[in-house]
Each structure stands twice: as C-alpha cells, then as structure tokens.
Design a protein around this ligand. Structure first.
Ligand code: AMP
Ligand code: MN
Ligand code: MN
Ligand code: MN
Length: 299
C-alpha cells in the first residue's frame, strides 16, 4: 500500500460502535449522527443490539451532514467453552459486531427477529427475579423506557431502577442486580458464534468480536475464542473501544497482530453522562494494525 494512503487510512476518524434509542442508547439516530459529526468523526457505524431499525433514518441524516455512514449491528451470542488449563466448562455472552452489512438480507433479518423475541421472554424473567429480590413492577417500568419495545434489555431495567432512586447510577444496578451471579441475572440462550459470523457474512459484512477485554473468562479461553473465530472466517477484533481500559488497547493490539485479525475502533457510545467516550474521541489504532475499514466494500 502507498505510504500516503496508509497514513490517510489511519488518521481518518472512523468510529465503528455506537448505539441509538432503537436499542439501549438514548439518542435518536439523527441526534447521534449530529453528535458524531460535531465530535470530528469522518465515518460512523451504528451497531445497535440485535436490530437494524435505526440504520435507514441514520443513513439519511449522515448524508445531510456529509459524514460517511457504515451500516452495523451488534449480535448477542451464547458461547460455551472448556478452559483448557482448568478443564472447567463455562458459558458467556459474547457480542459480535457486523460492519458494512446489507440490512435487508433475509437471513440477517430472520436471525435478529428471533433474538428479539427471546429478549421479551427474558425481560419477563428478569422482572420476576427482581420481584423476588424485593423490587416489584420493573417490567412495565423498563418497557416504558425502551423506545423500541422489542429491544428491551438490561440497560432499560438499570435506568428504571435509577429513576426510582433504588441505586444512584446504571453501573451500580448492574453490580448489585443484573450482572452474572446477581439476583436479577437470567441466563439466556442467544445464538451461536457460528451462526452470528455466517449470517454477517451472508449479509456481505465483516464480523468483529466486540470488546474482548470485557468477557469474564481466562486468557486461555480468549485465545481459544480468537482461534475458533478465525477458523470460522471471523474478520476482526475491537482493540480501541470505550468498553476497554486504556491498558487493554496495547494488550489487544498484540493479540490482533498475533492472530492476524483486522482491528476495529469504536466508542460503544450509549448516552451522554453514561458512556465514558463520545463518538470519535478515542485514540487512533496503532499503525502496526490493519484497520477493518480497509476491507469495506464501500471504501
Ligand atoms: P443485554 O444485551 O440486555 O444483556 O444488555 C447488555 C448491555 O448492558 C450492554 O450492551 C451494556 O450497554 C450494558 N451493560 C452491561 N454491563 C454493564 C455494566 N457493568 N455497567 C453498565 N452497563 C452495562
Ligand atoms: Mn448496550
Ligand atoms: Mn457490547
Ligand atoms: Mn455496544
């Protein structure tokens, strides 16, 4: 690649992980695009959980603001593993981001619709468990906060408990009630890693492991995950994300290079006052990495 082109690719401000109120973000697609443009993004991806509902209005807003738009999604996955060091079996939820997707693809629409149906059932169970833990009436309360009723998630429960004064912020509700092992946590079968990667590819997109540093599994499990993901044809991992601590930027740069995976960058922005980074405000990717956007069909 020509030197000046390499440089342009790195200095371009791509932010490839953001949420709107079609999932558990709080801004409309139009407001998010405006914020991204004001924050200096050259390109923005919207990657709502298990829905592409925000993409059409966001695409129109992006054209009006002269910012490049990347169609995305963040798919919830259930990953079963065996830790080869301890031989312990475990299960964790993973998030697989699809970038540069065709959101009209029927396989993708079908998969996301099935996952959303599961979310509503899970929300009923979360509310029952919170009721048993002494907090009643949360189903109606959380649903009222979800702009897209199909896309109810734990964040809506967390905001509802904060609004009721039960905890002072969303993070504390997760720690006390909603994280794995807490009274309002409900184990849920999402989809498989194989299905998520295959469906993103069927929709013409690139598959990215979101915020790998956030999964509560051992380093051996992360390495096996990267190996399996690569064998499935997975494309990239998020290296620089608002869901990583700064020290993890280097850690995942090293792993992306070792596993020869492309690298992504994204704020994982949800809401003003809730998310640590605004769209476009994170440090750039290391120049040693190959950014995932170099493989976009539309670059
Ligand atoms: P769900 O997909 O409904 O299980 O919700 C997952 C979402 O909850 C994530 O995408 C984050 O937006 C949010 N979340 C998860 N853990 C935390 C946490 N510890 N603090 C704040 N938000 C969290
Ligand atoms: Mn979220
Ligand atoms: Mn995520
Ligand atoms: Mn996210």
């Amino acid at each position: 690649m020509q030197k000046n082109l390499t440089k342009a690719i790195l200095v371009f401000n791509y932010d490839l992980h953001n949420h709107t109120n079609a999932s558990d973000g709080m801004l409309t697609p139009e407001a998010l695009i405006f914020l991204a443009k004001s924050g200096g993004c050259d390109a923005i991806a919207i990657t709502d959980h298990d829905t592409t509902a925000a993409l059409a209005p966001a695409r129109i807003a992006a054209a009006a603001h002269a910012i490049k738009f990347v169609a995305g999604v963040e798919i919830s996955v259930t990953y079963n593993y065996v830790d080869r060091e301890t031989e312990a079996k475990g299960e964790t939820t993973l998030h697989i981001v699809g970038l540069d997707i065709d959101e009209t693809n029927t396989d993708l629409c079908q998969l996301l619709s099935t996952i959303r149906a599961g979310r509503i059932i899970r929300a009923g169970k979360i509310a029952e468990d919170l009721d048993k833990a002494g907090v009643s009436g949360t189903f109606a309360g959380a649903t009222a906060l979800a702009e897209n009723k199909e896309m109810i998630g734990r964040t809506h429960f967390a905001r509802h408990l904060v609004a009721r004064g039960i905890e002072k912020n969303v993070g504390r509700v997760f720690t006390k009630y909603l994280a794995k092992g807490k009274p309002g946590y409900v184990a849920h079968e999402w989809t498989s890693l194989e299905a998520a990667v295959a469906t993103i590819h069927a929709a013409g997109g690139l598959a990215v492991i979101a915020h790998p540093g956030r999964y509560r599994v051992s380093p051996a499990v992360i390495r096996d995950l990267f190996g399996q993901f690569k064998a499935l044809g997975g494309d990239a991992i998020e290296v620089v994300t608002g869901s990583h601590k700064t020290a993890q930027f280097q850690e995942y740069t090293t792993l992306a290079l070792e596993f020869e995976l492309l690298a992504s960058r994204g704020a994982d922005f949800h809401a003003l006052g809730e998310s640590p980074f605004l769209p476009g405000s994170l440090p750039p990717l290391s120049s040693a990495l190959t950014p995932v956007w170099t493989k976009f069909r539309s670059l």
